[in-house]
Design a protein around this ligand. Structure first.
Ligand SMILES: Nc1ncnc2c1ncn2[C@@H]1O[C@H](COP(=O)(O)OP(=O)(O)OP(=O)(O)O)[C@@H](O)[C@H]1O
Length: 482
C-alpha cells in the first residue's frame, strides 16, 4: 500500500480535520481537508480523486450520507469512512446501506483512525481489505429510544457501539446470524433491528421461540400442515417459514430444538424448499434465518444434543450480546429510559434516580440482564413513593437475597431469602433457575468451608462430606462461571 496515497477529510469541525489530517500526514499520506460536502464535490471535478475519503455525517449543507450517495454514483470504487458521534443502529445501518466502507464512532482514537485508513486503502489498490476493525468508543447518548417500530436498543458503552456497527453492516448482507447472550440481554431486539435495517424490512419479521412450543407441535408450527395431517388439524395452516417468506425468521432458543427437527431444518435451509406436514406440494421460500441462544451450542454439540452441521449453517456470523454486568455504564441510561417509558404509560411525570439510587443499581449484578432492569424500573415507577427514587427504594425493589428477618432463625431466613430470590428470577424470566441456584448453593458452602479451614481443600471437603475430587471439580466450575 502506497504511503503517499491521497486521503480527503470532509468535516465542518476544524479541529477534527486538523488532528486527523496531522496524524495521517505523519504516516506519509497526502491529506486534504474540506469543511463541507459541496467543496469536496467541487474539488472532485477539477482534481485527481482521492484513494480514501473520511466524512462526518452531520454538516451544514449536504450531510455525509448524501455525500456518500453522490460519491457512490460517480466514484463507486472510492472507499468512504463515515464518522459520527451518533452510533445508533439507524446511523450505522444508513451508512453501510449507502456503501460506507467503515463507520468510525466519534470521538475516536487517532491510532485507530490511522489503522482504519491503512486497512481501507488496499481496497483501492487491488489487495483484499482486512476486515473492518474496531474503532475507539466514548460514551455519548445516541438518542435511541422507542421508535415507531417498537423498542430500540439503547447503549453507549464500547461493547454496544461495536454491536450497533456490526448490526448496521450485517443488516445489508443476506447472511445467517447467530445471536448469543444470556437471557434478557436483548437478543430479540437485535434480530428485529437486523430485519428493520435490511432490504427485507417491508416483508414480515416472524419470531418463534423454540423452547415455548411443545416438541410435537414444533414441526407443524415451523413448516405448516395440511388439513387432516394429524388429529385436530381441521384446516390447512401455513407455518412460520411460509409466513416469513421474503422476510426474516427469528428462531429463539434454538438450542432447545429436538434433534429430528434439527435434521429437517438443516435440509430446508440447504434446499430452500419443504413440504408442509402431511402435504405433497413443494413449498419454496426465501427466508433469512436469524437464530438465538443463551446456551453454549458447542457444548451441546459435544454432548450430541445439537447437530454440528446445523450450527455451522446458522453460525455464519455470530453476534455476542454482553451481559449487563459487563457494561454497567449503560445501566443509568437504560434505567432513565425505562422510567420515562413507564411514566408515559402511567401518564405521570417520570421519576428521577438520585445518585445513591444509581450507585445501588450499578453495584447489582443483574442476573436477568436488561429485562430485569426494565421490570425493576416499572416496579419503581409504580411503587416508589416520591418523585425522587432513593437507594432504599431500589434496595426494596431488588431481590433481597441478603435480607434476614429479625425474628426468624437463620434457617428460616435462608428459606425466605431463597424463595424471594427464586421469585425474582422467575419474574425476570430466567429459564435456568435450578442450575443457577445449585451453583450459588455450592459456592456459598465451598467458600464457607474453605474459609473455616483456612483454604485447606482436603479438610474442607471432609467437613462438607464431599470427596476431594468433587470439591475440586465444583470449585473449577464455580470459578469459571463467575
Ligand atoms: N439494549 C437495550 N436497550 C433497550 N431495551 C433493551 C435492551 N436490551 C434488552 N432490552 C429490553 O429488555 C427486554 C428483553 O429483551 P429481549 O427479549 O430482546 O432479550 P432476549 O435476550 O431475547 O431474552 P431471552 O433470551 O430471554 O429471550 C425487552 O423488553 C427489551 O425491550
Amino acid at each position: 500500500m502506497a504511503r503517499d496515497s491521497r486521503i480527503w477529510i470532509v468535516d465542518d469541525d476544524r479541529s477534527v480535520r486538523f488532528v486527523l489530517a496531522t496524524a495521517l500526514r505523519d504516516e506519509g499520506y497526502d491529506v486534504d481537508g474540506f469543511e463541507n460536502a459541496a467543496d469536496a464535490l467541487a474539488a472532485l471535478r477539477t482534481r485527481l480523486a482521492p484513494d480514501l475519503l473520511f466524512t462526518d455525517v452531520r454538516m451544514p449543507g449536504d450531510d455525509g450520507l448524501v455525500l456518500l450517495e453522490k460519491l457512490k454514483a460517480t466514484h463507486p470504487e472510492l472507499p468512504v469512512i463515515v464518522m459520527s458521534a451518533y452510533t445508533d443502529i439507524a446511523s450505522t445501518a444508513g451508512a453501510f446501506r449507502g456503501g460506507a466502507h467503515e463507520f468510525l464512532s466519534k470521538p475516536f482514537d487517532l491510532d485507530d483512525a490511522v489503522a482504519l485508513a491503512a486497512r481501507a486503502l488496499p481496497v483501492r489498490n487491488g489487495a483484499p481489505a482486512a476486515s473492518a476493525g474496531k474503532a475507539a468508543d466514548v460514551p455519548a447518548d445516541n438518542g435511541n429510544d422507542v421508535g415507531a417500530d417498537g423498542p430500540q436498543l439503547v447503549g453507549t458503552t464500547a461493547a454496544m457501539r461495536a454491536l450497533f456497527r456490526a448490526i448496521g453492516r450485517l443488516a445489508q448482507a443476506p447472511l445467517s446470524v447467530l445471536i448469543t447472550g444470556e437471557t434478557g440481554t436483548g437478543k430479540e431486539l437485535v434480530a428485529r433491528a437486523l430485519h428493520r435495517e435490511s432490504p427485507r424490512a417491508a416483508k414480515p419479521f416472524v419470531a418463534l421461540n423454540t423452547a415455548a412450543i411443545p416438541a410435537e407441535l414444533l414441526e407443524s408450527e415451523l413448516f405448516g400442515h395440511e388439513a387432516g395431517a394429524f388429529t385436530g388439524a381441521t384446516r390447512r395452516h401455513p407455518g412460520r417459514f411460509e409466513q416469513a417468506d421474503g422476510g426474516t425468521l427469528f428462531l429463539d432458543e434454538i438450542g432447545d430444538m429436538p434433534l429430528p427437527l434439527q435434521t429437517r431444518l438443516l435440509r430446508v435451509l440447504a434446499e430452500g424448499e419443504f413440504f408442509r406436514v402431511g402435504g405433497r406440494e413443494l413449498i419454496r421460500v426465501d427466508v433469512r434465518v436469524i437464530a438465538a441462544t443463551h446456551q453454549d451450542l458447542e457444548a451441546l454439540v459435544g454432548e450430541g444434543r445439537f447437530r454440528a452441521d446445523l450450527l455451522h449453517r446458522l453460525d455464519v456470523v455470530r453476534l455476542r450480546l454482553p451481559p449487563l454486568r459487563e457494561r454497567r455504564d449503560d445501566v443509568p441510561l437504560l434505567a432513565t429510559r425505562f422510567l420515562a417509558a413507564a411514566a408515559r404509560r402511567f401518564d405521570m411525570p417520570p421519576k428521577r434516580l438520585g445518585k445513591p439510587a444509581i450507585e445501588r443499581l450499578l453495584a447489582y449484578d443483574w442476573p436477568g440482564n436488561v429485562r430485569e432492569l426494565e421490570n425493576l424500573c416499572w416496579r419503581l415507577a409504580a411503587l416508589a413513593p416520591g418523585e425522587n427514587i432513593g437507594a432504599a427504594d431500589v434496595e426494596s425493589a431488588l431481590p433481597a437475597s441478603t435480607a434476614i428477618v429479625d425474628h426468624a432463625t437463620a434457617a428460616d431466613a435462608w428459606d425466605a431469602a431463597l424463595a424471594q430470590w427464586a421469585r425474582a428470577q422467575l419474574a425476570a424470566g430466567r429459564a435456568d433457575i435450578h442450575a443457577q441456584a445449585r451453583e450459588r448453593f455450592d459456592r456459598v458452602l465451598l467458600d464457607a468451608a474453605l474459609e473455616h479451614t483456612g483454604g485447606r481443600r482436603a479438610e474442607a471437603a471432609a467437613r462438607l462430606g464431599l470427596g476431594r475430587n468433587t470439591l475440586t471439580r465444583k470449585l473449577g466450575t464455580g470459578r469459571k462461571r463467575r
